[in-house]
Design a protein around this ligand. Structure first.
Ligand code: 13P
Length: 252
């Protein structure tokens, strides 16, 4: 059985004052029945790790470089994330793919580096609105899934996949439950075909305008093992409600 995961992506938001939200989430969920992850900007990782110490909240980065070290101004290596206390890293988010020209090859190389360092890679993918309108969602997602994941070291404990339709991110628009199920079922089949039992164990998150009021129905959808939450992860009350909805969701 896959343990469910509520993950928050703070994106380029948060300063020291925001750590109160982490403490509030930790207090509200001292012994959650699901895994909890928050991914703050790199500047806050070390402080969030300390704020979350002793709680169930794991802390992750939002990106890492594929190389171990070197002349890459502004970048962060997987080893630097583990050094700061992170245990996870989001990779291939659509904002990275768009803003920084990341390709499936880039994401796969970063995922390899993350796994080699012992980080759990949360690999993101999803179609644009134009691709969905053109009926290309499944081929696009299939290509991204095939191209963005490493061949070696993939297990349910080392890799998470997040389906985030680009048009649903930050827009308040969400696919229908049938559309989410269709993509998640196809991803599951492709992961099992490629990785066997490990493919069955990999958690599949949905991301894109997940809020307290829609989380329950999304979490009851086929092959949805949790969420990667953007805006609603910034405030403890919202994220806490999403966590509660995930705890109440039927077993996978
Ligand atoms: P929102 O929840 O703000 O739509 O963001 C989703 C996302 O991109 C998480 O990585």
């Amino acid at each position: 059985m896959r343990r469910k995961l509520a993950a928050g992506n703070w994106k380029m938001n948060g300063t020291a004052a925001s750590l109160d939200e982490v403490r509030a989430v930790a207090e509200a969920h001292p012994a959650p029945s699901v895994d909890l992850l928050l991914c703050p900007p790199a500047t806050l990782i070390d402080r969030m790790v300390r704020a979350a110490a002793g709680s169930a909240i794991a802390v992750g980065g939002q990106d890492c470089h594929a190389a171990a070290a070197g002349a890459h101004t502004g970048d962060i290596s997987a080893a630097m994330l583990t050094d700061a206390g992170a245990t996870h890293v989001i990779l291939g988010h659509s904002e990275r793919r768009t803003d920084h020209g990341e390709t499936d090859d880039t994401v796969r190389a970063k995922a390899q580096a993350a796994l080699a360092e012992g980080l759990v890679a949360v690999v993101c993918l999803g179609e644009t609105e134009a691709q969905r309108d053109a009926g290309e969602t499944l081929p696009v997602v299939g290509r991204q899934l095939a191209g963005s994941l490493p061949d070696a070291g993939v297990t349910g404990a080392t890799l998470v996949v997040a389906y985030e339709p680009v048009w649903a991110i930050g827009t308040g628009r969400v696919p229908t439950l049938d559309q989410i199920a269709e993509v998640h079922d196809v991803m599951r089949a492709e992961l099992v075909g490629r990785f066997g039992d490990a493919g069955e164990a990999i958690r599949l998150l949905y991301g894109g305008s997940v809020k307290p009021d829609n989380a329950g129905e999304i979490f009851a959808t086929s092959n949805v093992d949790g969420a990667l939450v953007g805006g609603a992860s910034l405030a403890a009350t919202d994220f806490s409600a999403v966590i509660a909805a995930l705890e109440a969701a039927p077993a996978a």
